[in-house]
Design a protein around this ligand. Structure first.
Ligand SMILES: Nc1nc2c(ncn2[C@@H]2O[C@H](COP(=O)(O)OP(=O)(O)OP(=O)(O)O)[C@@H](O)[C@H]2O)c(=O)[nH]1
Ligand SMILES: [Mg+2]
Length: 368
């Protein structure tokens, strides 16, 4: 980390934090906005104003919004970009929302791809690739919903997906434990390649392996969000106050918030970034380039196709003209034939007349 800090330091300019982009995705009302504001310790995102039941599920037109905020984690400055996405719902067509989220992720890749292929680079270009998605699961206590499985599946090839259970204080510790287990079984069963804190037993040091194992065991992270502070033992802490007790955001016995924050903004920040840039983006780039090559090939074949098509059209035209000519020929032949018959008939009549006249002449000229 210290190396990154030094490289970011320039004389006369403000020390810039490490850039990191985090997206939050999930069903409506799972606590995404509250979580972001809790993570950033300020109201980065405004809450949706719900004034009637009819509009409760209606999202505004511009729904995917990145916001920037400067944070500090373990005395390292982080320039965090948070991307909130439209919450989707039960029993309604979520395809449009799903598509919008995937398109957003791919557009950031397209932007950098275009920038990298420019001859003259734009010094003001901002790399806005999303390094991690926190996928919010509703605290139903049942299992993963079909739409969660589908969306996580669609997101995983493009971004590091970290599943979290939102509003996890709604479940008792034993319910939470069972729910986490079922979710991970589903993720395994459906083979969803989430970010599972990868480690290499041969390459990584003992501490890293231990840390990653612990984090992996916590998946999906149970999170609690709160924009309120209460005083406990003379200290102000963020918590949710209920008549039966207090759920503290930063208490590891109440939620995994601290471990999650430490992982994404601290210990695993560079791993998430390099996976995004070196693996996920590279895969996308290769796919895109091979698609472009295939399209190009197709377009090379196209003129031939076009030529064939025009030859076919010309042949067809000629065939139709020939047919027309033959029809005319037949008609003319028929007319000639009729005229000839008419003529022959007239000749016949004439011949008959002549022979009758001749017969009459003979009888008149006969001697007595
Ligand atoms: N019990 C509990 N409630 C929470 C928690 N976080 C948020 N809430 C409440 O849940 C409701 C929805 O929270 P939001 O943060 O607006 O959820 P969202 O996912 O952003 O919802 P939309 O943007 O409307 O889709 C609000 O009433 C919050 O106060 C939590 O950790 N526990
Ligand atoms: Mg919200």
């Amino acid at each position: 980390m210290s190396k990154m800090q030094i490289s970011g330091r320039r004389r006369g300019s403000k020390i810039k934090g490490i850039q990191f982009t985090l997206m939050v995705v999930g069903m409506s009302g799972t606590g995404r906005t509250t979580f972001v504001n809790t993570l950033c310790e300020q109201e980065v995102l405004a809450h949706k104003i719900i004034d009637s039941p009819e509009t409760a599920n209606v999202e505004e037109v511009v729904t995917i919004r990145p916001v920037n905020v400067e944070l500090e984690e373990d005395s390292v400055r982080i320039s965090l970009t948070v991307v909130d996405t439209p919450g989707f719902g039960n029993n309604i067509d979520n395809e449009h929302t799903f598509q919008e989220i995937v398109t957003y992720l791919e557009r950031q890749y397209d932007d950098i791809l275009a920038e990298q292929s420019r001859i003259k680079r734009n010094p003001r270009f901002r790399d806005s690739r999303v390094h991690a998605v926190l996928y919010f699961i509703s605290p139903t206590g049942h299992a993963l919903k079909e739409m969660d499985i589908e969306l996580m599946r669609r997101l995983s090839p493009r971004v590091n997906v970290i599943p979290v259970i939102g509003r996890s204080d709604s479940l008792t510790p034993s319910e939470l434990k069972a729910f986490k287990k079922r979710i991970m079984e589903d993720i395994d069963h459906y083979d969803i390649p989430i970010y599972n804190f990868p480690y290499d037993v041969e390459e990584d040091d003992e501490e890293t392996i231990q840390d990653n194992m612990e984090l992996r065991a916590l998946l999906p992270f149970a999170v609690i969000g709160s924009e309120e502070e209460v005083e406990i033992d003379g200290e102000r802490v963020r918590a949710r106050v209920y008549p039966w007790g207090i759920a503290e955001v930063d208490d590891p016995n109440h939620s995994d918030f601290v471990r999650l924050r430490g992982a994404i903004l601290g210990s695993h920040l560079s791993d998430l970034k390099s996976l995004t840039e070196d693996v996920l983006y590279e895969t996308y780039r290769t796919e895109k380039l091979s698609r472009t090559v295939a399209d190009h090939r197709q377009s090379q074949v196209l003129p031939e196709d076009l030529a064939n098509q025009s030859v076919r059209l010309k042949e067809e035209q000629l065939r139709r003209e020939e047919e027309k000519l033959r029809e005319i020929e037949l008609r003319v032949q028929r007319e000639i034939h009729e005229k000839r018959q008419e003529l022959e008939a007239k000749e016949e009549t004439l011949r008959n007349l002549e022979s009758r006249l001749a017969a009459q002449g003979n009888s008149m000229a006969s001697p007595y």
